[in-house]
Design a protein around this ligand. Structure first.
Ligand code: AMP
Length: 183
């Protein structure tokens, strides 16, 4: 390996799986173990942002809460600002909100109404895409603000839940690092 070569990181090995959390049948993909690992954290942030290094990006939006850690680091690396996409009721100033469907009921995410200026190019970041409902709501907020969603980047894809396909069908470019079977 020459000095410039990047080590190959096995991200899947660094992600801990907790069966039946938070409820029976769910395989919870816990990235806190990846975050603990210095090479894992740096490698994941690098891989999330690399496709966008030479693209014009104005802002990175991260979804509460793990998307704050990863999206904040990606924004820092790209030298851009960060927009927190928060759960309803957490932001202090005027907000716009978007509801999305959960298995039982609805939830909502919000951003500050003045966070994204019309025409700004936004990269969305979260740790994992499952059904894609949360990401779709966040994308809707970007678009309603007049922003241009250039891509959505996640460490983990759960392809059986169809979220990444759903986003791509809506014209969103989706970038993921690893995928796991099941829910
Ligand atoms: P969804 O809206 O169905 O795409 O769900 C994505 C959001 O829920 C992300 O913010 C994930 O952090 C979280 N999530 C969904 N399923 C899992 C899972 N199996 N393991 C860990 N987090 C999950």
């Amino acid at each position: 390996m020459n000095a410039d070569a990047k080590p190959i990181i096995d991200f899947k090995r660094l992600i801990r799986t907790i069966p039946d959390y938070p409820k029976p049948g769910i395989m919870f993909r816990d990235i806190t173990t990846l975050l603990l690992d210095p090479q894992g954290l740096r490698g994941a942030v690098d891989e999330l942002m690399l496709p966008f290094l030479n693209m014009s990006v104005d802002l990175v939006a991260g979804i509460e809460a793990r998307g704050f850690i990863l999206g904040g680091a990606v924004a820092h690396e790209l030298g851009k600002g960060f927009v927190p996409v928060r759960k309803k009721g957490k932001l202090p100033h005027k907000t716009i909100g978007q509801e999305y469907q959960l298995e039982y009921g609805v939830d909502a995410v919000e951003i500050h109404a003045d966070a994204i200026a019309p025409g700004q190019r936004v990269l969305l970041v979260d740790d994992l895409i499952a059904t894609g409902g949360t990401a779709e709501a966040a994308i809707e907020l970007v678009r309603r603000s007049g922003g241009e969603l250039i891509a959505a980047a996640f460490i983990i894809d759960l392809p059986e839940l169809g979220g990444s396909v759903k986003l791509r069908k809506r014209g969103v470019s989706v970038h993921t690092l690893v995928s796991f079977e099941g829910h």
